[in-house]
Design a binder for this molecule. Structure first.
Ligand code: URA
Length: 431
């Protein structure tokens, strides 16, 4: 077999065998297949797609290309939740302790921020002392003790995805559903979880801009999960405007704490509840009504927050700074309404880019983050505002970037005389 033959076969729209797919994935990782041939293969997939069977084999080959996480010796179900990325999306910080407090284990590898979207690992690192780089043994020990551990993904997991992603990035082959689905699921299948729930974001601040493409991606990922014998489902959720009222790293930890303590019941609470109920039902905790009640119960009786504290402490973190108000920078700039009316657009991508400009994210891999940079939204989509009223406050530890961040934020705001419909952010379930 040669790379030339496999590329030609995919170029000619023929279905590849498992051994041809393994040949490409293993060759890409070892370097025996050169970048130009791997790129040509990716372009052939971009144009001609993959069948469900090919996509599953490709995903499994990516998952098997490096170390795996063996989750032996746990009592109970092990579950993971994955979001395709959004702005203000701190759902992992809330859902994980909620379901762990109900006896479902969460042993999770998360990512850093990507572009205008935030990442769980950066948010956790905004907690003083929190260690996202536990050794493999420490990671499993914390998870076994508390039912919850989250670390960052290291280079030894799914190296094939690293090779493919870097080439896709520079060859205009990122936005291909089989390539996105296999990249995400290839990383999810590294660990032998029983249950996976996917939060597929759609809208202005998401990878998928149309409901059709989000539905297609969700269906392909659910099919991969089922092919790998997982209990899996996907929830399509709205990412036209940010989730919750806080965007930024320590700011989002602070908002997560407020939700975990039952102090706010907003769109963030609703999405966390929908995703948690999905995980709990797949974990055979009970029927939907029982799972909904269980979610409200552990928020209201403090068990979920207690689990969050236990997890943070077990990974070396100290929440006292954030709890005493050190979650936002000292430099502040206010965004005010240019006219009176209703907010008809609060573009999630622009809000994310504005936070990035303040220092909450990275434009280059090696950039450092200002954990106190970010945004508090005083107003949300559909809210009434009067001219001059404060819509949002932008925070940073330095004054750098405020002019640009305000401009970007304002570009994403529209105010009109008619109140827009504000629907639930939970759009659809793919099971
Ligand atoms: N996230 C990933 O991990 N991979 C993709 O291809 C897109 C989003």
């Amino acid at each position: 077999m040669t790379a030339y033959e496999v590329i030609k076969k995919k170029r000619d729209k023929k279905e590849l065998t498992k051994s041809e797919i393994d040949f490409i994935v293993n060759g890409a990782v070892s370097g025996e297949i050169k970048d130009y041939q791997v790129s040509a293969f990716l372009m052939a997939v971009y144009f001609n797609g993959m069948t469900e069977r090919e996509t599953l084999d490709f995903t499994l080959a990516i998952a098997n290309s490096g170390d795996k996480v063996k989750l032996d010796g746990f009592n109970g179900i092990k579950a993971d939740k994955h979001s395709t990325g959004g702005v203000g999306d701190k759902t992992s910080l809330i859902i994980s302790p909620v379901i762990a407090s109900l006896g479902v284990n969460v042993v999770k590898m998360s990512g850093r921020g990507l572009g205008h979207t935030g990442g769980t690992v950066d948010k956790l690192e905004s907690i003083k002392g929190f260690n996202v780089e536990l050794s493999y043994d420490e990671f499993l020990a914390v998870a076994k003790k508390t039912g919850l551990s989250i670390i960052g993904q290291t280079g030894t997991f799914a190296p094939a995805d690293k090779v493919f992603y870097a080439l896709r990035d520079v060859t205009a082959t990122v936005d291909s559903i089989p390539l996105i689905a296999s990249s995400i699921m290839g990383k999810k299948l590294i660990a032998d979880d029983d249950v996976i729930v996917l939060d597929v974001k759609v809208g202005l601040g998401a990878f998928m801009q149309s409901i059709e493409s989000a539905r297609e991606l969700a269906k392909v990922m659910v099919a991969i999960g089922k092919g790998a014998n997982k209990k899996i489902s996907a929830v399509i959720t709205d990412m036209n405007s940010p989730l919750g009222n806080y965007v930024g790293n320590a700011l989002e930890v602070y908002e997560a704490v407020k939700v975990l303590k039952g102090e706010v019941k907003n769109d963030l609470y609703d999405i966390c509840k929908a995703l948690s109920v999905e995980i709990l039902t797949l974990s055979d905790y009970g029927d939907r009504e029982e799972c909904e009640k269980a979610f409200d119960l552990v928020i209201n009786n403090g068990e979920a927050y207690k689990k969050f504290e236990e997890f943070v402490t077990a990974q070396g973190g100290d929440l006292s700074g954030i709890l005493s108000g050190k979650y936002k920078g000292e430099k502040v700039c206010e965004i005010t309404a240019q006219s009176s009316g209703y907010i008809t657009m609060l573009n999630a991508e622009k809000v994310g880019l504005s936070a990035l400009t303040l220092g909450a994210g990275r434009t280059k891999k090696e950039d450092s983050i200002d954990y106190l940079a970010g945004i508090i939204l005083n107003k949300k989509l559909g809210d009434r505002v009067e001219k001059g009223e404060v819509i949002a406050k932008l925070y940073s530890s330095t004054s750098n970037g405020f002019d640009m961040a305000c401009k970007i934020f304002n570009d994403g705001v529209q105010i009109n005389s008619e109140k827009p419909p504000v629907d639930s952010k939970v759009i659809e379930y793919i099971r």
